[in-house]
Design a protein around this ligand. Structure first.
Ligand SMILES: Cc1ncc(COP(=O)(O)O)c(C=O)c1O
Length: 368
């Protein structure tokens, strides 16, 4: 449930009073603000996290014939971005406590075609980025973080975007920071940022804002690019939310604590563990319900008017991945058992505690 309101309406009205609706001043302001928050050198606004991941791979020269190691416990976009770049996603299993990519399994999956690792910071809890970076450095691999769930979090004092060659974020409708559809790529590598800026707009070396500033000058197409540029309206929606990012994070943290206090003794229900070295970004609040009872609980919650989601069923078992790569049940047993048990409860900063109580009541009744 988003909390967009007057501040965002005013910001959009300001953009509408200006001639440049597409990529321009507001995008630059948002990029600076987002980069400063994450303490990285560059942020590039794009139209989705998927687009950002695709461009990161292209900018790093990863394409046909290459393999990228990632997790099957994620949204499909992590893997489809790899496929859009022409490369092959190579899944490894996840940690049973967190659902995050199990870094101990990376080395066994390496081949001479492996070019990169794409970890996902699932639900807002960061992967072990120190371990990922160490392995990547010893084998000359790139690291692209799918940070769609984790803007605010840290692990071992490391932020997202700090150790990866690039990290990509989603501003999709359900995200904590949202403009309906949108995303950003961050990187400390200035050359990579310049390349991504070129690739996000057809490979053109001038854009509409340049024409507005300098008058028309002939432009050139210097690379095969795509159409992933964030526009000023998206940036205007995002900018005021940066002011309440930490406040909303604190509210979600308190909500998570409240949920956890109510949940711990419900039989048959468990939760991903938050590791002590992690500052969780609290994007989603999943519970794990085993013994094939998850789908029954989903029906009961829906019957009681409680909205639920599943993040995620293990993606290697979705038809397209099975047909394309020949995956089958049993290939990644930990991801599969999480995927069969996972259920995300309603979770947003302004969620009333009585609503949490109601969700708990239905959960208790349905697991009786
Ligand atoms: C883990 C993960 N990766 C990638 C994406 C794709 O984000 P977008 O919709 O901005 O492309 C999502 C979106 O839900 C996600 O949850």
């Amino acid at each position: 449930m988003h909390d967009l309101g007057k501040a965002e309406l005013d910001a959009v009205a300001e953009v509408l009073a200006n001639p440049i609706l597409t990529t321009g001043e507001w995008v630059e302001r948002f990029e600076r603000r987002f980069a400063d928050y994450l303490k990285v050198r560059n942020a590039v606004g794009v139209t989705s996290c998927t687009g950002g991941l695709h461009l990161a791979l292209l900018a790093l020269g990863i394409g046909p014939g290459d393999e990228v190691i990632t997790t099957p416990m994620t949204f499909i976009a992590t893997a489809t971005a790899i496929m859009e770049a022409g490369a092959k996603p190579v899944f490894i299993d996840v940690e049973p406590e967190t659902g995050n990519l199990d870094t101990r399994k990376i080395e066994a999956a390496l081949t001479e075609r492996t070019r990169a690792i794409m970890p996902v910071h699932l639900y807002g809890q960061m992967c072990d980025m120190r371990a990922v970076r160490k392995i990547a450095d010893s084998y000359g691999l790139k690291v692209i973080e799918d940070a769609a769930h984790c803007v605010e979090g840290t692990r071992d004092g490391v932020r997202t975007g700090e150790l990866g060659d690039a990290a990509c974020y989603s501003f999709y409708a359900t995200k904590n920071l949202t403009c309906g559809e949108g995303g950003a790529l961050v990187t400390n590598d200035d050359e990579m940022a310049a390349q991504v800026r070129l690739l996000r707009l057809h490979g053109m070396n001038k854009n509409a804002n340049d024409r507005h500033r300098e008058g028309y000058k002939h432009w050139d197409m210097t690379a095969m690019g795509w159409k992933y540029n964030m526009d000023n309206i998206q940036a205007a929606l995002l900018l005021p939310q940066m002011d309440r990012l930490d406040e909303n994070w604190r509210k979600r943290r308190e909500l998570a604590e409240y949920y956890e206090k109510q949940l711990w003794d419900i039989p048959g229900l468990s939760r991903p563990k938050t590791l002590p070295q992690v500052e969780h970004a609290w994007h989603l609040f999943p519970v794990w319900i085993g013994d094939r009872k998850r789908d029954h609980v989903i029906s009961e919650l829906q019957r009681a008017g409680v909205g639920v989601m599943v993040n995620y069923r293990a993606i290697h078992l979705l038809t397209y991945f099975k047909e394309t790569y020949g995956f089958k049940a049993g290939d990644f047993p930990v991801a599969e058992s999480i995927g069969d048990a996972s259920l995300s409860l309603p979770f947003y900063p302004s969620m009333p505690l009585e609503h949490v109580d109601r969700v708990i009541e239905v959960l208790r009744d349905s697991l009786h």
